[in-house]
Write a protein that binds this ligand. Structure first.
Ligand code: PUT
Length: 275
């Protein structure tokens, strides 16, 4: 029997959808995990009753996390994904032939396990030989790494539970240390409608550590407010100054080389958060 589910995006506002079937539900060591089949968006992963990914619109988020930094860096070989246990970012990372190794560190092995089972179109590349999957604390992994990665991507949940640490200045300092001298990182940064203060503080913290700090946005219909933000911190390469010859052909549904630049053109109220 179908049921209706509402993700409360704020105390006063939510997104409601029809769930045809619950495929799996459990309280893991870290969070409540639900895999559901929705009528509108296909199979969907919910963590602590928040939408993480859906088969129908996942490509926007995963492409925009992966391709903006990977096309900005001239030769990304060693890539780290923190979080991202659904495997969508890894799938996109592997489209870049320069990538020799992609490490995924997610604290919750259950996310990986059930994504493989119920979201195969998203998680299907996690067993690729270039991928090293580790069930571990991303914060600790970063703290132990030095001068190692070309690109780091932080694909976390919202800043609650274990993800709170991933929105701190200490974490960004660790990322800087874990990156090579010309490294670049991207972090999902929630949304400018309901989380303006968070975006402001992330930008401020990253700017104190990285010489180049940028914000870009993408339209993701199942995420709070539909407008999602991403923060870039870069030691050397500016995502706004990528030369045309850097772009090579890959199969995408959202990302294009034109959109790479357009994503940094911000609505005024979003740009004002950077002042
Ligand atoms: N609800 C948005 C989650 C961000 C994706 N990891």
């Amino acid at each position: 029997m179908a049921i209706w589910f509402t993700e409360k995006q704020t105390e006063n506002f939510g997104i409601t959808m029809k769930i045809n079937k619950t495929l799996h539900t459990e309280q893991t060591e870290f969070q409540k995990l639900d895999m559901v089949e929705t009528e509108e968006w296909g199979n969907m992963l919910l963590l602590d009753d928040m939408v993480m990914t859906s088969v129908k619109d996942e490509f926007v988020y995963h492409e925009m996390v992966a391709h903006v930094p990977l096309f900005t860096h001239p030769n990304p070989e060693n890539v780290l994904v923190v979080g991202g246990g659904d495997g969508g970012v890894i799938r996109e990372v592997l489209k870049h032939p320069s990538v020799k190794k992609a490490t995924l560190v997610d604290i919750d092995g259950k996310v990986i396990e059930y994504s493989k089972k119920f979201l195969p179109e998203i998680a299907g590349k996690l067993d690729d030989p270039r991928v090293d999957v580790r069930v571990d604390d991303g914060f600790m992994h970063i703290a132990k790494s030095e001068n190692e990665y070309d690109v780091i991507m932080v694909d976390s949940t919202e800043p609650v539970g274990p993800a709170v640490n991933l929105f701190t200045k200490g974490f960004y300092a660790g990322i800087s240390n874990a990156l090579k001298e010309d490294g670049i990182f991207v972090a999902q940064s929630d949304n400018p409608w309901f989380k303006a203060d968070l975006i402001r503080s992330v930008q401020r913290d990253v700017r104190e550590i990285f010489p180049i700090t940028r914000l870009y946005v993408a339209n993701i219909p199942t995420y709070p407010s539909g407008l999602w933000a991403f923060t870039i911190g870069s030691k050397q390469y500016d995502p706004l100054e990528v030369s045309e010859d850097r772009f090579h052909e890959i199969e995408t549904k959202y990302y294009t080389k034109e959109l790479h630049k357009a994503a940094f053109v911000l609505p005024k109220f979003v740009g004002d958060l950077l002042k």
